[in-house]
Design a protein around this ligand. Structure first.
Ligand code: BTN
Length: 243
């Protein structure tokens, strides 16, 4: 797979998407993004050279149905966790639905990485997917909003080059790309460990029991108070009660 590294770029996701006009698949990384994007229209910020800014773009050759688009998000989060486990085997990492990778920092789980996927569609089929991954490496100062919730490899006590993390992350992604959809989804379900747990939906502060993860990656939940069922998805933010 071709890969491109930039000193500065708007967003690795945007450039990966552009390169898909001429390539079947591509990896784009950068030292700095001027318009890094997070989920839910939030920006994704980070200092120059201190974090991994990574995107994988794929043109789907075979018909790729809408119901399967959670695959790349799941694959990305598992690949980050695997890569971090290889680099720092003594640390504990976990996944938080839908797209965060958390590291255990002094007994509290804090976000070390976020995954975002963006797709293009032709009719009901997905024609392109871009998987964007940010991993905090040597970032030590975070905004007021993030400072108690975010961590980095440096804050965990490791001095590791972003280049090394990109190499190992790429290896992990390439390994997982060979797996079937159901293998990835099962691995994701197991690692998320959210079924039969109670979560709080940030938007209304109500508590929900997670009955199951549906095959399309959404959560089937039941409101603890009203007992009404609700589907929680990728666009929702939740708090775990068992962190
Ligand atoms: C999130 O947790 O909200 C997802 C953050 C994803 C950030 C990465 S950094 C590389 C890629 N390019 C972007 O603009 N965003 C993703």
């Amino acid at each position: 797979m071709k890969s491109f590294h930039f000193t500065e770029i708007t967003s690795t996701n945007d450039f990966a998407k552009e390169l898909l006009n001429t390539l079947d698949s591509v990896i784009v990384t950068a030292d700095y993004q001027t318009k890094g994007r997070g989920r839910n229209n939030k920006s994704w910020e980070g200092d120059f050279g201190k974090n991994v800014y990574f995107s994988l773009g794929i043109n789907h050759k075979e018909e790729f149905p809408f119901e399967k688009i959670m695959l790349y998000q799941a694959l990305g989060a598992i690949a980050v966790k695997n890569a971090l486990n290889v680099i720092t085997p003594k640390e504990t990492y976990t996944l938080k639905y839908p797209n965060d990778v958390l590291a255990k920092a002094e007994n509290i789980f804090k976000k070390i990485s976020g995954v975002i996927t963006e797709h293009s569609f032709i009719g009901q089929f997905c024609s392109q997917s871009v998987l964007g991954i940010g991993i905090n490496i040597s970032q030590t100062n975070f905004s007021e909003e993030l400072k108690d919730k975010a961590t980095s490899l440096s804050l965990l006590g490791y001095n590791i080059e972003t280049k090394e993390v990109i190499e190992i992350l790429t290896e992990e992604i390439l390994k997982l790309l060979k797996y079937d959809y159901s293998d990835i989804m099962n691995l994701w379900k197991k690692t998320l460990n959210i079924e039969n747990k109670i979560i709080t939906l940030v938007e209304n502060n109500e508590r929900y029991f997670v009955e199951r993860i549906n095959s399309n990656g959404t959560l089937l939940t039941k409101n603890v108070e009203t007992e009404t069922e609700k589907i929680i998805d990728n666009g929702d933010s939740i708090r775990y009660e068992y962190e």
